[in-house]
Design a protein around this ligand. Structure first.
Ligand code: GLN
Ligand code: ZN
Length: 768
C-alpha cells in the first residue's frame, strides 16, 4: 500500500508567491527573485511531503500563475498575438508567460490577455487554451523536466503531473471555424511522447495524467479519443508506470471506459462520490491499482478516520493491500496551506480549530490512514484523537441550534411563495413606487477607493474608533446618495462602502460562520480568497444591513434599494459543513436572509435586491444532476424573498450571460426584477428572449463595468432598442451590468450620466 498526493498548494504558506509576482509586475523586484521564491516553495513542499511520509510526491504541480497555462506554454500553444512580446528587448520567457495570463501593455504594444474560466465546479480559474485550425504543438518549455530534475537533486524521485492530453484539449476553445479541437490530438500526442521520453531518461517511475473529464458526460468521439490516446501511449511505453487521476465527480457511466484504459493506476474521488467504489472495483482489471481519494482536497474538515478506514478495508478486501493507494480526493491546491500558521484564535475558537485540517494536515492524514491500516497497533493514539475530535464535533452545542433545525424542518410551501403572483404584485408595486418606464438603477456598490479601504483597515487595527469609522462611511454614503439624486437615477443604492466583500460581510454577522486569518486559497494567478467557514446551524442574531440602508433612505425622497447577498451565493463561496447536505445549509441561510428582508421592509425599504451571482456556478458537473440542484437552489432564493408584502419589490442580480440553459429556473426564482450581466454578449442574451417569454421585469446590463472605458449614450440606446425588440418596454430596466466597486469615481460618474441620458431618450421614443 502506497500513499500519494496529487498536487500541493503553491502560493506558499505566507502567500510568498503572490507577493513576489505582484512586486515583479509592479517593477519593484527582479525576475531572479521571482524564480528564487518559486524554487523555495517547491523545495519546501517536496520536503514537507517527504518528511510526512508520502510515497509518491507530485512535481510540476507548482505554477507561477496557472497549471493549464503552464501546459499551453509547455506545448507552445502560444497565440500569435504574443509573439512580439518575446522579441522585445529585455523580456524573458516568463514575461511572455505572464503576458498570456495578464495581457501586455508596454513599449507601444497593447495585447489582451487570454480568457479565463472556472476549473470544473471549483472557485479556481484557469487560462483557457486557444486553438486554431492548423494548430501545431512543440516542446516549448521544459518546466516539467526541470522540476523533476531539481527534485531528484534533492534525493526525491517525484511523480510528474501532466494534465492528460484529452482533458487538455477539452479545456480549450476553438478560436476559428473549420475544425474540432479533439482532432488536434494527432498533433499534440507527439509532444507528450517526447516529454515522457525525456522524463524516462532522467529516471521517472510514475507519471500522473489528470483526466477529470472522465467524470463528465462524454460524447462517443470523446470516449473513442480516450481509448486511442492511451492505447498509443501504452504502445510507445510498454513499461512506463501510468496513473490516471479523476476527481470532482464519480466516473458514473464512464466507469467501464476509465477502467479499460491500459494504465497501471486509477485514482477516484471517494469524497464527492463514495458510492462509486463498488462499481469501479468490479470493473477494475486484474493488476490495476486503485487510488482511493479519501481525504477531502476541497474542504477544511478533519477526516473521519473511522469512516475512511471502513472504505479502505473494503477496497483491501477485494483488491489486496498492494493494489490500494491512499490519497487526497483531488489536488490540495483547493485547500488552505497550513492550520499551524493559523493565528486567529479569537475567532477560530479552540473548539473549531481541532475539527479542521488544511493541506499540510491532510498530508499527515493520508499517511496516518495508511499506517493505521497496515500496522494498526502503533497508531492507536492518533486514531483515538481523531475519533475524539469528530465525536466532539458531531455533538457540539456550537454546531447544533434546535430552533434553526425546527424552523427548517417545519417549512411549508407558503414559505417559498410570495402572497400573490407577479401580475398582481406588479400592479401594487406600480401604484406604490410610481417608477417611469426604463427605470434606472445600479447594481449596488460604488467605487471602493483606496481611501475607503484604508478606513476599514485602520478600524480593524484600532487606530480608528468605531464612531470615527462610521462617520466616514456615513459621509461617503451621503455623498453617493446626493450625487445619484443629482444625475437623476430613479432607484438609488447606498453604495456598500461598509462592506469588505459581499459574502464576508454577512458571514461575519451570521451565527454558524467563522473566519481564518490565513486560510488563503488560490483563485487565479496571484489572487487568493479566504472563504468563510460555515461550521454550524445558521441564523441571524441581529439585523445586518438595516442601519445602513435605513440611514441612506433617510437622506432621500427617492427609493433606496436594500442590498443583500443571496443564500446560494453565500453557500457557494464558503467552506461548507460536511455533516449535512448542502441543500440543508442553504435553506438555513435562506431563512436568515429572509429575516433581514422582512426587517428591511419594516424599516421602510420597499425595494430589496438579493444578489445571486453564483447560482449558475453551483450547477453540478453532470447534466442529470442539474434539476435536483436547481430545485433546492431556486427554492432557497424564494424562501429568502417571500416574507414581504406584495408591494415590496424584490430584485436579484446575476453575473453570467450564459444562462440560456437555466432560464426557466431563473424565471422560477420569481424575483420582481432581475438585473444581469450581458454586455459582453448582449446579443446572445437577447436571443434567449426570442424563444422564452421572461415573465417578470428585467434589466439587461447596458454597459460593461469590467473595463474603465466610458460608454456613450448612443451605444446604450442602441442596446436598449435591441432589447426592446424582444422584451416589452414595460418590463425593461436600465442599469450597468454589475457592481461598480472596482471602478474609479471619474469613469463611474461619466458612464452613469450617459446611462441616464440613454434612458431618457428611450422614454421619449415611447411617448412620441
Ligand atoms: N451588489 C453587489 C455589488 O454591486 C453585486 C456584486 C456581484 O454581482 N458580484 O457589488
Ligand atoms: Zn454582478
Amino acid at each position: 500500500m502506497l500513499t500519494q498526493n496529487l498536487g500541493y498548494p503553491r502560493i506558499g504558506s505566507q502567500r510568498e508567491l503572490k507577493k513576489v509576482c505582484e512586486n515583479y509586475w509592479a517593477g519593484k523586484t527582479g525576475l531572479r527573485n521571482v524564480q528564487t521564491v518559486g524554487k523555495n516553495i517547491r523545495h519546501e513542499n517536496w520536503q514537507l511531503q517527504k518528511e510526512a511520509g508520502i510515497d509518491l510526491i507530485p512535481s510540476n504541480d507548482f505554477s507561477f500563475y496557472d497549471q493549464v497555462l503552464d501546459h499551453s506554454f509547455m506545448f507552445g500553444t502560444i497565440p500569435k498575438r504574443y509573439h512580439e512580446v518575446i522579441q522585445q528587448k529585455g523580456n524573458d520567457e516568463l514575461d511572455l508567460y505572464f503576458a498570456m495570463a495578464r495581457g501586455y501593455q508596454k513599449d507601444g504594444l497593447d495585447i489582451v490577455a487570454m480568457e479565463m474560466t472556472k476549473w470544473f465546479d471549483t472557485n479556481y480559474h484557469y487560462i483557457v487554451p486557444e486553438f486554431y485550425k492548423d494548430q501545431q504543438f512543440k516542446l516549448f518549455s521544459t518546466k516539467i523536466i526541470d522540476e523533476f530534475y531539481d527534485a531528484k537533486q534533492l534525493g526525491i524521485i517525484t511523480k510528474p503531473v501532466l494534465i492528460g492530453p484529452v482533458t487538455y484539449l477539452l479545456l480549450g476553445k476553438e478560436k476559428e471555424a473549420g475544425f474540432q479541437k479533439l482532432d488536434l490530438i494527432k498533433n499534440l500526442l507527439p509532444v507528450y511522447l517526447e516529454i515522457i521520453t525525456r522524463l524516462k531518461t532522467l529516471g521517472v517511475e510514475w507519471i500522473q495524467f489528470d483526466e477529470p473529464f472522465l467524470t463528465l458526460d462524454l460524447s462517443e468521439k470523446e470516449q473513442q479519443t480516450y481509448k486511442d490516446t492511451y492505447k498509443q501511449i501504452r504502445k510507445e511505453f510498454p513499461f512506463l508506470k501510468i496513473e490516471i487521476a479523476t476527481y470532482f465527480e464519480s466516473l458514473g457511466n464512464n466507469a467501464a471506459l476509465a477502467t479499460s484504459l491500459p494504465v497501471d493506476a486509477l485514482h477516484i474521488d471517494l469524497v464527492r462520490a463514495p458510492q462509486q467504489l463498488a462499481e469501479v472495483i468490479a470493473h477494475l482489471p486484474e493488476k490495476t491499482i486503485l487510488s482511493l481519494g479519501i481525504v477531502d482536497g476541497r474542504n477544511i474538515w478533519k477526516n473521519d478516520f473511522e469512516a475512511s478506514l471502513a472504505i479502505i478495508g473494503k477496497a483491501v478486501e477485494k483488491l489486496g493491500a498492494d493494489r490500494v493507494w491512499i490519497a487526497p480526493s483531488c489536488s490540495l491546491v483547493h485547500s488552505p496551506c497550513d492550520l499551524d500558521s493559523e493565528t486567529n484564535e479569537a475567532v477560530l475558537t479552540i473548539g473549531i480549530k481541532q475539527w479542521l485540517a488544511f493541506a499540510k494536515q491532510k498530508i499527515n492524514e493520508v499517511v496516518l490512514l495508511k499506517n493505521i491500516t497496515v500496522s494498526g497497533g502503533s497508531c492507536q493514539r492518533e486514531l483515538a484523537e481523531n475519533i475524539l475530535a469528530n465525536t466532539n464535533r458531531n455533538g457540539s452545542a456550537l454546531i447544533h441550534n434546535p430552533a434553526v433545525k425546527q424552523r427548517v424542518s417545519s417549512i411549508t410551501e407558503k414559505d417559498a411563495h410570495r402572497r400573490s403572483a407577479f401580475p398582481a404584485r406588479k400592479i401594487q408595486q406600480q401604484e406604490l413606487l410610481r417608477l417611469s418606464l426604463f427605470a434606472t438603477t445600479t447594481i449596488g456598490s460604488f467605487p471602493q477607493t483606496a481611501e475607503v479601504r484604508s478606513w476599514r483597515a485602520q478600524f480593524k487595527k484600532g487606530t480608528l474608533s468605531e464612531a470615527e469609522y462610521n462617520n466616514l462611511i456615513e459621509e461617503e454614503t451621503e455623498k453617493a446618495v446626493k450625487w445619484q439624486e443629482e444625475i437623476g437615477l430613479d432607484v438609488l443604492v447606498h453604495g456598500e462602502f461598509e462592506r469588505n466583500d459581499m459574502v464576508e460581510y454577512f458571514g461575519e454577522q451570521l451565527a454558524g460562520f467563522t473566519f481564518t486569518q490565513n486560510g488563503w486559497v488560490q483563485s487565479y494567478g496571484s489572487r487568493c480568497v479566504k472563504p468563510p467557514i460555515i461550521y454550524g446551524d445558521v441564523s441571524r442574531p441581529e439585523p445586518m444591513t438595516v442601519k445602513w440602508s435605513g440611514y441612506a433612505q433617510s437622506l432621500t425622497k427617492k427609493w433606496m434599494k436594500g442590498m443583500l447577498t443571496g443564500p446560494v451565493t453565500i453557500l457557494q463561496w464558503s467552506f461548507v459543513r460536511n455533516d449535512q447536505p448542502r441543500s440543508e445549509t442553504c435553506t438555513q441561510i435562506a431563512f436568515a436572509i429572509r429575516d433581514e428582508v422582512v426587517d428591511l421592509e419594516k424599516a421602510g425599504i420597499k425595494i430589496i435586491q438579493i444578489d445571486e451571482p453564483a447560482i449558475r456556478e453551483g450547477l453540478p458537473l453532470r447534466k442529470a444532476d442539474w434539476q435536483a440542484y436547481l430545485d433546492w437552489a431556486v427554492k432557497a432564493f424564494r424562501i429568502s424573498a417571500s416574507g414581504v408584502q406584495d408591494d415590496t419589490q424584490i430584485h436579484t442580480h446575476m453575473c453570467y450571460s450564459e444562462f440560456n440553459d437555466i432560464i426557466k429556473s431563473i424565471a422560477d426564482m420569481d424575483a420582481d426584477v432581475i438585473t444581469i450581466e450581458t454586455s459582453r454578449s448582449q446579443m446572445e442574451l437577447l436571443d434567449v428572449f426570442a424563444d422564452f417569454k421572461y415573465p417578470n421585469e428585467i434589466g439587461p446590463g447596458v454597459y460593461d463595468i469590467h473595463s474603465p472605458r466610458v460608454p456613450n449614450r448612443a451605444e446604450m440606446i442602441n442596446l436598449l432598442k435591441k432589447a426592446e425588440a424582444v422584451i416589452p418596454e414595460s418590463q425593461l430596466w436600465v442599469n450597468p451590468d454589475c457592481g461598480l466597486k472596482t471602478r474609479g469615481w471619474d469613469e463611474t460618474k461619466k458612464a452613469l450620466v450617459e446611462m441616464v441620458a440613454a434612458a431618457t431618450a428611450m422614454r421619449e421614443t415611447v411617448t412620441v
